[in-house]
Design a protein around this ligand. Structure first.
Ligand code: SAM
Length: 277
């Protein structure tokens, strides 16, 4: 008999947001596989749960946990907050477990994206969860451009140190849509700031805490989103006769990215074009 892999939701702030079932499963399993054992230990202490803990994060080989499941051990996988496998470790473990015919069982509960969406007053019938945007400004812009034509509500996770910049970029690429910043969900300083993207970008100074950004989908009334990427914009300037140095300076300013990034991207473009034949 193989064990069962339980994916157990844990609170995203307020410790009361754990289900009776989650507590029972955490008490009953043989082992708890946690993203950060120190963090989870505090949660378990609060609920007086005493179980062996092993680390399971994005660097852990899923086969280590699989081995325990194959030996018949029941395992609960938890992340630091919310649902495992949603912008958190767990997805690969599920894949490996399913490939090995292990039963995978969800123990649902708190999730930041859906908690923000349901309080957003934006369309909840259809939405895209976009998770974290890439670190590189170029890749980020490309993704925002792709998302700019999506009609459904968009949900993003974001870290506090770059939220202002990201909201500014969204305003530029998406046009000035309605959006909501959901901050510190379920915690003492829970806050929803609802405005258009430009106003939000102006309001955000150095916000603290954790954030979800929910953005209205593309509608006919919203001004046309930006369709070009910065390489196309650069190439257009060059074909209009603008010299390279000036073009790089203008594009850096327009797209709010470094000259080095444009230079490297253009260089890559040229290299890949030259090697095509
Ligand atoms: N697995 C989690 C879930 O189900 O929501 C998400 C984990 S992800 C690593 C962490 C991100 O989720 C944060 O950067 C933030 O964008 C969002 N988040 C988590 N807790 C939050 C909270 N209490 N309030 C607002 N956003 C939160």
């Amino acid at each position: 008999m193989t064990g069962i892999l339980y994916l157990v939701a844990t609170p995203i702030g307020n410790l009361e947001d754990i289900t009776f079932r989650a507590v029972r499963i955490l008490r009953e399993v043989d082992v708890i596989a946690a993203e950060d054992t120190r963090h989870t230990r505090k949660l378990l202490a609060h609920f007086e749960i005493h179980k062996p803990l092993i680390r399971y994060d994005e660097y852990t080989d899923a086969n280590k946990v699989l081995q325990l499941l194959l030996e018949g051990k029941n395992i609960a996988c938890v992340s630091d907050a919310g649902l495992p496998a949603i912008s958190d470790p767990g997805a690969n473990l599920v894949k490996v477990a399913v490939e090995n015919n292990i039963t995978v069982c969800p123990i649902p509960g708190a999730n930041a994206a859906l908690s923000a969406l349901i309080c957003s007053a934006l369309d909840t019938t259809k939405f895209t969860f976009a998770g974290f945007l890439p670190k590189s400004a170029k890749n980020r812009r490309e993704i925002l451009i792709k998302l700019s034509t999506h009609k459904e509500t968009l949900i993003f996770y974001e870290a506090p140190h770059r939220i202002k910049k990201i909201v500014e970029e969204m305003a530029e690429v998406f046009g000035n849509r309605k959006a909501v910043i959901a901050r510190e969900l379920t915690k003492i300083h829970e806050e929803f700031v609802r405005a258009d993207l430009k106003t939000l970008a102006e309001k955000l100074e150095e916000p603290r805490g954790e954030f979800v950004i929910v953005v209205e989908g593309c509608t006919a009334e919203i001004e046309k989103p930006v369709e070009e990427n910065f390489i196309d914009a650069y190439n257009k300037l060059i074909s209009d006769g603008v010299d390279k140095k000036t073009a790089i300076r203008e594009i850096a300013k327009k797209f709010n990215i470094s000259r080095r990034e444009i230079y490297n991207a253009v260089l890559n473009e040229n290299v890949s074009c030259e090697t095509k034949d």
